[in-house]
Ligand binder design. Structure first.
Ligand code: BES
Ligand code: ZN
Ligand code: ZN
Length: 472
């Protein structure tokens, strides 16, 4: 898709116009729209061929309302053989220009790689304004990068496990590093063994695919803060010997969403040339069954020396993250922020619904700011609080800690508190855990998200960093 910003005197001709309507009164097609029972509501969309207009409704001048309207408009355009459309920016739309651009990119996305009839239709959007300001141009440039980054994450997550295993994930990271001149390290199982990363190593042991630790670094000369992003990259989660039931296994190709999010985020940050030193660390592992598999009853020693009693091999993400978080903190000194992203628990989805990320950590202000950044970026997020009683639920009789809780309740929080065991004292207040199990993969399309991966985490992280710049 091509999007151009044009002032009204330099307008180029477009085959259609996408018109945003908050009420019908303002429309020259009012009577026709009424006959069609078109309502100026979120999600409503109609094409009037004679007037060459696609009408989209919106209820509020908010990111969601406008991004959803834009997504519907672009989808309708792509259903036709018209090749371009113009959008004339009114004041409401100008204020939400970010939502227009991102809504267009996120809404037009389709994962068609595995369709034999795979014709991709390219469209052009001409955005017409009274005056092309520097501010609008800047937003256009930024939002294009953000939209592309989200779609990059979606493409990776949507790719089936036969074509996307740890080595491929590492290849994708190498491609990102090549394109943007980032530093990259990819380590295999020999490294994991030599560095005592037994928790991560054990999870991948029954897979035919070697586990990979991926470490991308973006280090601009004007870096103001050091930010570490750690992602769960389970290229497939069968559950291991604590095998998932058939219905629950489907979609577990998306268990690499956290890893894909951090890879796409560092790509976007480098593209945007944000002044932060950013590290993206991914534990790329496949959790499988076999004679060689790690077992319930095993006790594993993690990189930081803590021993973990395994009672369920399906609680594998926390084991991979434990070692990746330790690796990150051993390797990188004087961290300002350390964030991890993971499709970690079904409990988080049960608790807060499938649209919302669960935000956990020890620093109230940091958690608050993360929630605000998420909401401002167009993502949904809420905090889930740790407490001293749930902490006891992951005690073990025979090891330092157990990989599952002894209670059915609060599973997202006990998983977050498990990870806290692998955060050093120095970093306790710099750490946030994002449980993206709900929104990472969309089974029933919602808003501008089609079926499949949503790219959760990318927008909120970029926004968090952009906000840091504003506040300094
Ligand atoms: N990858 C899953 C969590 C998940 C569930 C992600 C649903 C997306 C949608 C994770 O590895 C897992 O299986 N967690 C278990 C933990 C349990 C054994 C304590 C779960 O949530 O059931
Ligand atoms: Zn699992
Ligand atoms: Zn998992």
């Amino acid at each position: 898709m091509k999007i151009e910003l044009l002032d009204k005197n330099n307008e180029i001709s477009s085959s259609l116009e996408i018109v945003f309507l908050k009420n019908l009164e303002s429309s020259s097609d009012k009577e026709l729209l009424e006959v069609l029972d078109f309502k100026a509501k979120d999600e409503s969309c109609v094409l009037l061929v004679e007037s060459k207009k696609i009408y989209v409704g919106y209820e509020e001048s908010t990111y969601d309302s406008i991004a959803i309207a834009m997504a519907n408009g672009v989808r309708k355009l792509k259903e036709t053989n018209y090749e371009s459309a113009k959008i004339v920016l009114n004041d409401d739309l100008k204020e939400n220009f970010k939502a227009i651009i991102e809504g267009a990119y996120l809404g037009e996305y389709k994962f068609t790689k595995y369709k034999s009839e795979n014709k991709v239709k390219k469209v052009q959007l001409n955005v017409i304004v009274d005056e092309v300001t520097k501010e609008l141009e800047k937003t256009l440039k930024e939002s294009k990068i953000i939209g592309k980054a989200v779609n990059k994450a979606r493409d990776m997550v949507n790719t089936p496990p036969a074509d996307f295993y740890p080595k491929i994930m590492a290849k994708k990271a190498e491609k990102i590093a090549d394109d943007l001149a980032l530093d990259i390290k990819v380590e295999g199982e020999k490294f994991l063994k030599e560095n005592g990363m037994n928790a991560m190593l054990s999870v991948g042991r029954a897979s035919v695919h070697e586990s990979k630790l991926i470490h991308l670094t973006y280090k601009p000369s004007d870096a103001k803060k050091k930010v570490v992003l750690v992602g769960k990259g389970l290229t497939y989660d069968s559950g291991g010997l604590s095998l998932k039931p058939a219905d629950f296994m489907v979609t577990m190709k998306a268990d690499k969403s956290g890893g894909c999010a951090v890879m796409s985020t560092i790509w976007a940050i480098a593209k945007l040339e944000l002044p932060f030193e950013v590290h993206a660390i991914v534990g790329a592992v496949e959790n499988m069954i076999g004679g060689n598999a790690y077992k319930p009853d095993d006790v594993l020693k993690a990189k930081n020396g803590k021993t973990i009693e395994i009672r369920n091999t399906d609680a594998e993400g926390r084991l991979v993250l434990a070692d990746c978080l330790s690796y990150a903190q051993d390797e990188i000194k004087d961290i300002d922020y350390i964030f991890d992203y993971a499709t970690l628990t079904g409990a988080c989805v049960v608790g807060v619904g499938e649209y919302t990320t669960g935000i956990m950590g020890n620093n109230e202000i940091l958690k608050r700011n993360a929630v605000l950044a998420a909401l401002r970026s167009g993502e949904y997020a809420t905090t889930l609080d740790f407490n001293r009683f749930l902490k006891k639920a992951i005690k073990s009789e025979i090891a330092d800690i157990c990989n599952i809780a002894n209670t059915r309740y609060g599973g997202a929080i006990t998983a977050g508190m498990f990870l806290d065991n692998f955060i050093t004292d120095e970093n306790k207040n710099k750490w946030i855990h994002f449980d993206i199990a709900g929104p990472a993969f969309v089974e029933k399309p919602w808003g501008y998200n089609p079926h499949g991966a949503s790219g959760t985490g990318v927008r909120m992280t970029i926004k968090f960093l952009q906000d840091l710049l504003k506040n300094n």
